[in-house]
Unconditional design. Sequence first.
Length: 137
Amino acid sequence: MNYANQKTIAVDFDGTIVEDCYPAIGKSRTFAFDTLKRLQNDGHRLILWTYRSGEKLEEAVNFCKENGIEFYAVNKNFPEEEYNEQTPRKLHVDIFIDDRIVGGFPGWGKIYQLLLPNEPTPNIPIKKKGFLGFGKR
């Protein structure tokens, strides 16, 4: 792993990793797990940052584990963090990946290109102004 350029990345679950069917777990979004695995293999820390809690959160975490992703932390900055009234609820991360960004979710193909600009682009769908294409940039 290359830790020299390591980023901490917060990733939403519903609508981002999976289609939004809360409280159920939706279908995996195309290339979500492929991209997340690549980011982890490149040494980035992934934090699951979701509205889910309790049993519904456990279901999401287990779904991700079944698909090859174990998060550095879940709904906190680091695994050992204990929540209390003094704990800030804001994450200290480099990047947030969420379906509720301005302009809407660009798709995992575009996220791959944004986060891994020097890597050859695999055949991941790339959405461009109403066009969905495949291939290299």
